[in-house]
Each structure stands twice: as structure tokens, then as C-alpha cells.
Design a protein around this ligand. Structure first.
Ligand code: BG6
Length: 517
């Protein structure tokens, strides 16, 4: 049998220099016995090993509160790869990482456990006869982010090897704060210990291929960018819809809700990349400067219950994929007096030269009609002089749809003549599909993000001011909803496209959701 890595080496890897300059690295995952480590992080590390993108000297330390033997930890990670990796477990390749993988039990506020961790890393350096880069991945519940950061500082682990390229970096999972105040406080704690250049705030949507492709579609083609403004665009619709409910995550989800869980981070990142000005170069700071600028240009939202800019909903029972689905209030861990939204839609106005007057509608929800994330740019209609809409002329607005997932691709909606002896028109679609053009085994978001953090490329991570700009927009909404309780929380059937009030949000300006087909 040929080697797996060679056999299905993705075109993505062609021309990518091996290891991309990564130096000997010790990666520590805080929250190692958690779900994310098993589902995403360790499978991503395995796939990086398959693609030969890990440094020769790569050591992985799982850190968690539970006492687990090294052997048991390794076995559970083998099982995680078998269950969750996009490629089959290759024991030989994985063995090279596995042999250097250990588990360290300790509390997150326990200074002595951090001192022990420091000793362990020191021993690795002594055995290697050289220093290593340290990569700390914080994948714990947010309540312990700050103690971990403080302990990394006080134990000396956050320090870098002066005069070398052996950086120390910290990757922080979401949620980054609960509102503007807590995000600012978290940024302040981080900045006490780390320089901003050492900090990698995760938003896994930025690791998705299609999200990265947005910049290429916009700035590597000359046919779209001239139209990408208020002269030609009528409205923009960004949908991040899931068909799943909250499942067993009710405890977490009920303290979060759609606005915190999906809108503040993933959806706002899609807004920033869609609406930003061309950066002066592709370096991380130029891109992130433009994202922050456009986020800051979004006007505060009107929270009025009538004709306001925000809508929220909660799923009731219904049918999803033909199967009966229960209501949110019946899910595990949801208190009966919950007022948490499982759906949120916002109408954004971007007050800058490019977008003034073009509404950006964004929505995200659980238990919706189908799983689809897309960005739809709906263009203005041509003057209806020659073909005006009527029985013979079925016309749709030109729309460019960037399909983030699933069925990744780009679709252009245009109007065409129906073949025949009289002139009739019909909307038609031009499709580009990633799977057809490039094959379907593309790297997972976490592979790209871990690799980028390892080699020091922060383009696909959120800068401190960026997260604050986005929290600044949504915090008044959170406060208003908290005060209103269930008042204004509209029910929608599981398996639908959200509450009626979200259709109303668009109808006010003569628009309609593109309920993707
Ligand atoms: C996470 C949210 O950030 O993103 C989840 O906490 C959500 O609630 C998930 O299901 C969606 O991610 P993806 O990659 O499946 O679209």
C-alpha cells in the first residue's frame, strides 16, 4: 500500500514548503480531556503529521484537571482520530507524534502544577539539547481563561527565548468574553502577560477554505470589485443556518444564545471580509486593519420593537428532515424560564462611502430548514425598459452567492432567454463547485489554524481591537434582550426559516430572504 499522505496529497499542498519553517515545538493543550481536543484538535494534528507539516521535534502535552495516565490519554486520542479524522488513522505516522505525547494533570489556578509543567518543558529542551517554541492552546471553559493566562505569566512559561526565533504563543478558543466589558477585561489580562503578536484568538470560520477564498474572489478578479458597492448592490444577505438543535450542549448554550454563539464572532467575520476595503497588502496587520475599520463603520442598531434592526426567536417543535423535533425548552439542561434566543437576525447599516444605504441582513439559527452558510450579494435590477417583469418575463435580481458550506462554491444568478420561438425569460444559475474542481478532501479549518499559529501567521486570527469592535455592536442588543426576558422572543417551528418577524425585517425595505435553493 502506498503512503496515505502521498496518495491523497491535496493540491493545496503543492508548492507549500515542508514545515513552512516551523521550529521545534512543544504544544500544550489546556482542556485536553474536552470535546474539542478529541473532535478537532488532535485529528488536525494527525492530519498535519500526514502532510509532513509538523516540525521534526514536535511534543504534545495534554493538560487537564482529571487524573489520566499517559497510556490512557494516548489510547483515547487514537480513538478520537479513528472517529473524527478526515483520513484514516495511519499508525506509523501517528506513532511519531504519539511517542512524544504526554498528559499533565493539574488545576488551572494551581501555581505548582504550572511549575511542574515548566519543568517538563525544560526536560524536553535538555533532552533535545536546544530550546523549543511553546504553543499554548487554551481550549477550556471561559471561566478559567484568566487563571491560565496569569499562571503562564507567573510561572515564567510565557517568556520567550531571547535572541532566537523560538517564540511563545497562546491560542485562545471562543467565547472571547460575554460582552464588551468582559472582552476588554480579558484583553487587558492577556496584555499583562503577552504581547499582541503572541496572541492567536480563534474563530474557526476563518480557517474554512471558502471564507479564505472570499478575499481571492473579491480581489483577484476584476469583474466583481467594480460592482461591489452602493452603486450596484441592492442588499447583502449573510446566512449561517444549522438544522441541528442544541443537543446535549444545553447548559452552555442557554447561557450564550445565538447572538453570542454565532453572530458576534462567525457571522460578523463574514460581514467584515465581505464589506472591507482592499487591504494595502496581504500581511496580517493590513488585512486586520481593514476589518476593524469596517466593523467600526457599522451604525448602532435600533432596538425598537417596531421597525427596529433586530429580531430574535426560539425554536418550538416541528419537523426536521421529515422527523419530529422537540422544542428548545424540552432540550436537556434548559431551565423552564429560559429567555435565550436560538435565532437572531440583524439589519446592519455600514456608514461608509462604499456601503451607505445598502442593508446588510445577517441571520443565524439552530433547527432551521437546512444547514447552509452563505453570503448573497444581491445586485440592483436593470432599468425595466426592454424586459419588464410580467407573465412572459420571469426575472430575478442578479445575485452572487458564495456558498460557505456545505456544497462549497460560488453561484451567479442571471436571466436568460428560454429557447423557443417567442421571447420568454427565466433566471438561470452558473455554478462553480470546489468539489468538482479541486476534489473534496480539503483540510479542516483547525489544520490550517494550528499550522498558521505554529509558523507565526496571524492573518486568520482575531485581533484584540477587532473582537472589541464586534462586541461593541452587539452588547446593547444583549442588554436589551436580557431586560425584556421572553417579551419579543418569537417562536418558530423547528425546520422552518425562522420567525415571521425576520421576514418582516426585510419586508420593511422591500426585500426578501433568499431561502436558498
Ligand atoms: C460553534 C458554535 O462555534 O460553531 C456551535 O458554538 C455551532 O453552536 C458551530 O454549531 C458551527 O460550526 P460549523 O463549522 O459546523 O459551521
Amino acid at each position: 500500500m502506498s503512503r496515505q499522505g502521498e496518495e491523497d496529497r491535496h493540491p493545496f499542498l503543492e508548492g507549500l514548503s515542508k514545515h513552512r519553517g516551523a521550529v521545534p515545538t512543544v504544544m500544550v493543550i489546556f482542556g485536553a480531556s474536552g470535546d474539542l481536543t478529541a473532535r478537532k484538535l488532535v485529528p488536525a494534528i494527525f492530519n498535519l503529521a500526514v502532510d509532513n507539516l509538523l516540525p521534526g521535534d514536535f511534543h504534545l502535552i495534554g493538560y487537564g484537571r482529571k487524573a489520566i495516565e499517559d497510556r490512557a490519554f494516548r489510547a483515547s486520542m487514537d480513538a478520537a482520530i479513528e472517529e473524527f479524522s478526515r483520513r484514516d488513522l495511519d499508525k506509523e505516522i501517528w506513532g511519531r507524534v504519539r511517542d512524544h505525547m504526554t498528559y499533565h494533570a493539574g488545576g488551572y489556578d494551581d501555581a505548582s502544577a504550572f511549575a511542574e509543567l515548566a519543568k517538563k518543558i525544560q526536560q524536553i529542551e535538555t533532552a533535545l539539547g536546544r530550546g523549543v517554541q511553546r504553543l499554548f492552546y487554551i481550549s477550556t471553559p471561559p471561566g478559567v481563561f484568566e487563571p491560565i493566562i496569569e499562571n503562564l505569566g507567573s510561572s515564567g512559561l510565557a517568556a520567550t527565548h531571547a535572541g532566537t526565533n523560538l517564540a511563545t504563543k497562546v491560542i485562545i478558543e471562543k467565547p472571547f468574553g460575554r460582552d464588551l466589558g468582559s472582552a476588554r477585561a480579558l484583553n487587558a489580562s492577556i496584555n499583562q502577560v503577552f504581547q499582541e503578536s503572541q496572541v492567536y484568538r480563534i474563530d474557526h470560520y476563518l480557517g474554512k477554505e471558502t471564507v479564505q477564498d472570499l478575499l481571492v474572489q473579491r480581489f483577484a478578479n476584476s469583474i466583481f470589485e467594480p460592482l461591489w458597492n452602493r452603486e450596484y448592490v441592492n442588499n447583502v444577505q449573510i446566512t449561517v443556518a444549522e438544522s441541528i438543535g442544541v443537543g446535549s450542549r444545553g447548559g452552555y448554550y442557554d447561557s450564550s444564545g445565538a447572538l453570542r454563539d454565532m453572530i458576534q464572532n462567525h457571522t460578523m467575520q463574514l460581514v467584515a471580509l465581505t464589506a472591507m476595503e482592499p487591504p494595502v497588502s496581504l500581511d496580517p496587520e493590513s488585512i486586520r486593519d481593514e476589518k476593524v475599520k469596517v466593523l467600526k463603520a457599522i451604525q448602532p442598531l435600533s432596538l425598537e420593537s417596531k421597525n427596529g434592526d433586530v429580531v430574535r426567536g426560539r425554536y418550538s417543535g416541528g419537523l426536521v428532515d421529515g422527523r419530529p423535533a422537540d422544542r428548545y425548552l424540552d432540550a436537556e439542561g434548559i431551565p423552564p424560564d429560559s429567555s435565550t434566543e436560538t435565532y437572531a437576525a440583524l439589519r446592519l447599516s455600514i456608514n461608509n462611502w462604499r456601503w451607505k444605504g445598502v442593508p446588510f441582513y445577517i441571520r443565524s439559527g439552530k433547527r432551521m430548514a437546512k444547514r447552509v452558510s452563505e453570503i448573497a450579494i444581491q445586485f440592483k435590477r436593470p432599468p425595466g425598459i426592454l424586459f419588464s417583469e410580467g407573465s412572459r418575463f420571469d426575472l430575478a435580481p442578479n445575485t452572487m452567492v458564495i456558498q460557505i458550506q456545505p456544497d462549497e462554491g460560488v453561484t451567479l444568478v442571471m436571466n436568460s432567454k428560454v429557447p423557443g420561438l417567442e421571447t420568454r425569460t427565466q433566471p438561470v444559475k452558473m455554478h462553480f463547485r470546489y468539489a468538482t474542481t479541486f476534489g473534496s478532501n480539503t483540510p479542516e479549518a483547525y489544520e490550517r489554524l494550528i499550522l498558521d499559529a505554529m509558523v507565526g501567521d496571524s492573518t486568520l486570527f482575531i485581533r484584540g481591537d477587532e473582537t472589541e469592535a464586534s462586541w461593541k455592536l452587539v452588547t446593547p442588543v444583549l442588554e436589551c434582550w436580557k431586560e425584556a426576558g421572553v417579551d419579543g422572543l418569537d417562536e418558530y417551528s423547528s425546520g422552518s426559516w425562522g420567525p415571521d418577524s425576520s421576514d418582516q425585517l426585510l419586508a420593511e425595505k422591500g426585500h426578501q430572504w433568499r431561502n436558498s435553493g
